[in-house]
Structure formats: C-alpha cells, structure tokens
Design a protein around this ligand. Sequence first.
Ligand code: IPE
Ligand code: IPE
Ligand code: MG
Length: 246
Amino acid sequence: MQTSLRELPNDLDQNRLPSHVAVIMDGNGRWAKRRGLPRIMGHRQGVDALKNLLRCCNDWGIQALTAYAFSTENWKRPAEEVDFLMTLFERVLERELQEMMAENVRIQFVGNLIALPRSLQDQIDKSMTTTQSNTGIQFTVATNYGGRQEILQAVRAIAIQVQQGKLQPDEINEELFSRHLYTANLSDPDLLIRTSGEMRLSNFLLWQMAYGELYITDTLWPDFDRKEFHQALCAYQKRDRRFGKI
Ligand code: IPE
Ligand code: IPE
Ligand code: MG
C-alpha cells in the first residue's frame, strides 16, 4: 500500500534509522552548467533541495541533520560567487525563520563564524536564539567550516587550560576532545551523504566521521529529493557497522 509522502516508507526499519545524518551538498555548479545557466542558479536551486531534506528528516523522525554549506576553502572561489552565497544564506535564513519555528526546528551554525559578513552573523545569531527552545530536529549548518581548523581551535583551547594548570595532559581523552569541537552537542554522524559522485571528505567532520557510514551518489545536489534520500537510507540499513569488532 502506498503510504503518504510524510510517512516513513514501509521498507525502512524505524528502529534502525541513523540518528544523525550529515550531507555534503555538492554539484550545484554542475547542475546549472548542464542547463546552460550561471552557477548561482544552481545554488539557488540547492536551497530548495536542503529545505526538502530537512522537512523529510523531520517527518521521518531523524534527530539531527548537518549540512555543509561553505568550506574554509570555498573563499578561493571568484568573489562574485562568494558574495552571492553570503547574501543567499542571509536571505534564506531571514525568509525561513517562521517556517522553522512552525516546524519546531532548532538551527545552529558551526564553523569560523566571526569571519562571515556582519549582517549574516546577526541573522545567524537571531535564528539560533529564536529557535533554541524548539524540540524538533537539530539542524546544523556548517558555514566557513573546516575540519582541520575545527581540530586546531580545540587543540588551542585545551592547550590554554593545560598552560593555566586547570587540566593535566593525561586528562585529555576522546570525550574531552569532542567537547571542544563545534559539534560538542551532537552525536557523531551515522551516515554521511555526498552528492555529485566525488569520493572525498573535502575537510568535513574529519574527527566525527571516524566510524560514520559513507553514501555517495552521482545525483547532483539540486536533484537530491525524498526518493534519493529513501535510497540512501535503504543502503544504510543494509550496512554492517562493525566498529572494529567481528
Ligand atoms: C556545492 O556545489 C555548493 C558549495 C560548495 C557552496 P558546488 O558549487 O561545489 O558545485 P560544483 O561542484 O561546482 O558542481
Ligand atoms: C565541499 O564541496 C564543500 C561544500 C559542499 C560546501 P566543494 O565543491 O567545495 O569540494 P571540492 O573542492 O570538490 O573538494
Ligand atoms: Mg563542488
């Protein structure tokens, strides 16, 4: 029997869903190029794909979604594209805040946020404060995020505590280290989806992905829809997560 779009498809096991899904939203530029459009049109379309995925995760009972929106390396792109993206993030945040409240979404941003344009930072602060008491999905947007940079800022913060005598070097363990990452409030991702076929992490969640399952699809990000996500979850449920055991 056909279930409604909002319900979990009946070939998926409710009890074996990933708690935390992360996504590298790649391929916006190629999507646009194939249509003879400027790259920015791909980014615009990519926003809709992210909105749909967020709603889908919420509908299907996934607790956390983390999306890679802008890497520390993406500043190397032409200034017009970077400027367009910064303005797009700000506009989308402003436009979608009411909708996120209505859907009980808790949004947070991770990355080196102080390097972002001031007006975007203000919008980020506003969206995080407004949604902080919501109890639905935890939606994390990685903006000016780099895994190596995240690890280094954690190392620095820990080194200062050691220097001040507040912490002994042998007290530094995985649990303590994780608490100094941007993702301190999140479990590690169970599933990382990358669109557009690239087989790399591109500096995303380097520490957190130690045992996360990878799912790579050739589908370009703007075309990633509920059907594609359903396929990713089916593949995930077939995996044997051994964590080093036999
Ligand atoms: C991902 O799409 C979006 C961002 C990195 C901001 P791309 O812009 O990387 O698209 P391709 O990889 O050039 O097709
Ligand atoms: C990764 O995509 C970053 C985001 C999706 C935000 P890129 O397109 O920047 O990655 P590379 O350059 O192909 O590794
Ligand atoms: Mg790309």
